[in-house]
Design a protein around this ligand. Structure first.
Ligand code: GLN
Ligand code: ZN
Length: 765
């Protein structure tokens, strides 16, 4: 048996986000194209150097990008939407970034979540363009690595099935045309790589782990038969990740030389398939055995036994040992973290540490002389130490989660009863107007916060400033005549971090960035201990705001599922149990707000939908506990207290039922970009509770006119009852400018008043 250590891919953002900084400087015209290219090349090469230093046997190239790898692939084949007026030839950087980010005359291509990750890719658009190879960038990367380090790297590409599957713009007829055009181009790219001396080529096909029907399997077979026919000399590693294969036998019959399987997220399914069907003789098996998606150190003794088991079942000629997915989903290295609890830090493994794990276990399999055994048990000790950490021994919380009962999820009365009581208690007008929570964070707000963080501003002075800003915006909202007010969230930077900092069990890193989309990076908190409520989190700000006005001010919390989904989460408890811990903590906060005289509490769950598992058949199990976690957080209040929630970035068509199951009195949702679709799905699946359909898009500085908003509201009223309809923008207004915010909200309120008039007239008529 031969063993090779390798990676599916490695992060490209740089230890100190050098990549992000270079891109943004280039966009701001602070870097010339030449200087930008020099910087980018350095980053690209230093990643390879790092992998070589850490001892990876087979380095991967083509996993680097200037923005997004789906976009790279589209551009490589000349799939440039016509609105960007590209004239053929090499796609210049200006055009490339226009597709990603839009320009003065053309809107950007759509962006969507990459499978079940928090990464978002650019959706390729097929407009029946003539396809052509504009530039073989993977080849360039391959040659660059060969020249710089004398290595034969493994080039990687998004595979043809996944790429085509994720492209939009074709129908059943044009799909054939599309495939016929694109496959020869794929073949040519492969051929050029082989001619340049490439040995193995990795084609990434994550779409193969979704549930495939018969026509889809046929398509996969045809695609690979064509490719193999066109370039029989190419050695293809067909790489899958994020789940087990659903059509194992059919995939194993494809004419390629190797298969990559995920033995972390797809452990059960792939093991079962190996046991049942074995592995094709004479082919290479690449096994993802170290989690490429989480930040925890692997138990190397366990990894070693997994490999052993796979060896026995597969009889493969050679094994590649690798992380379960591209490492772009994890931060780069723990070595930059100087403030973490040492027990936690020692149990962490980011990209570089994962490489060390892979290299170590590969060596151990290879040598088998016992010399490395010590290192394998080292990891176990680190995991054990974290397990015994006092932060994980909160018996009160453990007990509370274990004893949650069905009653704890339910409000005192059902919605229809509560609705009447709330109407009386709150006395809101028809079509109440409100906003989603945050108001513009001006430069002044940011300046004050930074000064306070650097201790140049005292707590008192900072809090006084926040109060002043809150008061200013309460006045603005009254002036605008909005019905339900918010305090504005000036004290918060990030909606998860703010709560994490005030609950127990969270850790915050200094440099653990991961890419979210384009150059945008996020630094998720780490939930490593038991989560508990220690003291009121938001009560002071909400109560202060409420004291300034006779109108109702909404309390504003981030929901348990969103806190969970936007964090790195401990892996010794189920996600459900961690969600319930957070929910129980938030339940106390909701009660504290109620006790402080807040009558409306909004609990945001923008990330509820993105936690959905890859396969539809697994949705139910997730939704069961996710919905219950929300209800656990919100259900202890009086009937009079109105619970709101908010969601965004969401396709609602298949999601109305779970939304309704949350049993929130009012939900506000982002819809202005997909308004028509939502209306038609509400026609099919009526929604009965309070609902605020975003009446304008807050992602653009454009101020919507009164008539335009009125039009959207009239449409909505065709599928909604008057007494359930709320009026609000799409999402929080944090990133907008003050003047455009006020202008847009003024139009929103005016439009609402006209609508009330219209409805009144139609009733009296
Ligand atoms: N209340 C939050 C805000 O207004 C909601 C943010 C979100 O939906 N992502 O900023
Ligand atoms: Zn939102």
């Amino acid at each position: 048996m031969t063993y090779t250590s390798t990676l599916i891919g490695y992060p490209y953002i740089g230890e100190d986000r050098e990549w992000k900084k270079a891109l943004e400087a280039f966009w701001r015209h602070e870097l010339s194209e030449v200087d930008f290219q020099v910087k980018i090349k350095n980053i690209r090469l230093s990643r390879i150097e790092k992998q070589l230093q850490l001892g990876i046997d087979m380095v991967t190239v083509g996993d680097f990008t200037y923005y997004d790898r789906m976009l790279d692939t589209a551009v490589m084949f000349g799939l440039v939407p016509k609105r960007f007026n590209w004239q053929g030839g090499k796609v210049d950087l200006h055009t490339y970034y226009s597709i990603a980010r839009g320009n003065k005359t053309a809107v950007a291509s759509e962006m969507t979540k990459w499978f079940n990750t928090n990464y978002h890719y650019i959706v390729p658009e097929f407009e029946e363009q003539t396809l052509q190879i504009t530039e073989n960038k993977v080849l360039a990367d391959f040659l660059e690595a060969k020249e710089a380090y004398g290595i034969i790297a493994k080039p990687t590409l998004i595979g043809p099935y996944t790429f085509c599957k994720l492209t939009k713009g074709y129908n059943k007829v044009t799909q054939v045309e599309y495939l016929l055009a694109i496959l020869p181009l794929y073949a040519q790219v492969l051929k050029e790589l082989v001619n340049a001396g490439a040995n193995w080529i990795q084609l990434e096909e994550p779409s193969l782990v979704t549930t495939l029907d018969e026509t889809e399997i046929k398509l996969v077979q045809e695609i690979y038969a064509q490719l193999a026919g066109a370039v029989p000399e190419a050695k293809i590693m067909l790489q899958t990740y994020f789940e087990a294969l659903t059509s194992y036998e059919a995939i194993m019959a494809l004419p390629v030389q190797g298969f990559g399987l995920d033995f972390v997220h797809g452990y059960k399914g792939n093991m079962e398939s190996l046991r049942q069907f074995g592995f094709p003789k004479d082919k290479v098996l690449a096994i993802g055995v170290v989690n490429g998606r989480d930040i925890w150190r692997s138990n190397l003794a366990e990894v070693n036994s997994t490999i052993q088991a796979i060896e026995t079942l597969s009889n493969a000629v050679a094994l590649w040992i690798q992380p379960s997915s591209n490492l772009q989903h994890v931060p780069i290295t723990t070595s930059l973290e100087n403030k973490l609890d040492p027990v936690l830090k020692n149990a962490l493994s980011f990209a570089d540490e994962k490489i060390v794990e892979i290299v170590e276990v590969t060596k151990f399999r290879r040598d088998k002389d016992g010399s490395t055994i010590h290192n394998l048990s080292e990891s176990m000790k680190a995991i054990e130490a974290l397990k015994n950490h006092p932060i994980r021994q909160n018996q009160v919380i453990h007990q509370a989660v274990q004893t949650v009962t069905i009653q704890d999820f339910e409000r005192h009365s059902d919605f229809s009863h509560r609705q009447k009581i709330q109407q009386q208690a709150l006395g809101l007008p028809l079509f109440p107007t409100t906003t989603i929570g945050s108001f513009p964070q001006s430069d002044e707000v940011k300046r004050n916060r930074n000064a306070w963080r650097k201790k140049q501003l005292s707590n008192e002075a900072y809090e006084a400033f926040i109060e002043l800003e809150t008061k200013r915006w309460i006045d603005i909202q009254e002036e605008l005549d909005i019905d339900v007010l918010v305090h504005g969230e000036f004290e918060r930077t990030d909606m998860v971090e703010y709560f994490g900092e005030k609950l127990t069990g969270f850790a915050f890193t200094e440099k653990a960035w991961v890419v979210s989309y384009g150059s945008r990076c996020v630094k998720p908190p780490i939930i490593y201990g038991d989560v508990a409520w220690a003291a009121p989190i938001t009560v002071k700000e909400s109560a202060y705001a409420q004291s300034l006005t006779k109108r109702f001010v909404k309390g504003m919390l981030t929901g348990p599922v969103t806190i969970l989904n936007w964090s790195f989460v401990r892996d010794d408890l189920s996600r459900k149990d961690v969600a319930y811990q957070i929910a129980l903590a938030l339940r106390k906060e909701v009660e504290a707000l109620e006790n402080a005289g807040i009558s409306i509490v909004q609990v945001d769950e923008p990330a509820l939908r993105e936690g959905l598992p890859l396969r539809k058949e697994d949705w139910g199990a997730y939704l069961d506990w996710a919905v219950n976690a929300f209800k656990l957080a919100t259900s202890s209040v009086k009937n009079e207290t109105q619970i709101h929630t908010h969601m965004c970035y969401c396709e609602f068509n298949d999601f109305i039922e779970p939304i309704s199951a949350l049993d929130a009195d009012v939900i506000s949702i982002e819809t202005s970009r997909s308004h028509g679709e939502l209306i038609s799905s509400l026609q099919v699946n009526p929604y009965k509770k309070g609902i605020g359909l975003g009446v304008y898009d807050i992602h653009s500085p454009r101020v919507p006119g009164e008539e335009e908003i009125l039009g959207i509201m009239r449409d909505s009223l065709q599928v909604l009852e008057s007494n359930q309809f709320w009026v609000n923008p799409d999402c929080g207004l944090k990133t907008r400018k003050e003047t455009e915010t006020i202008a847009a909200l003024a139009n929103m309120v005016e439009a609402t008043k006209s609508l009330r008039q219209e409805v009144k007239q139609s009733i009296t008529r």
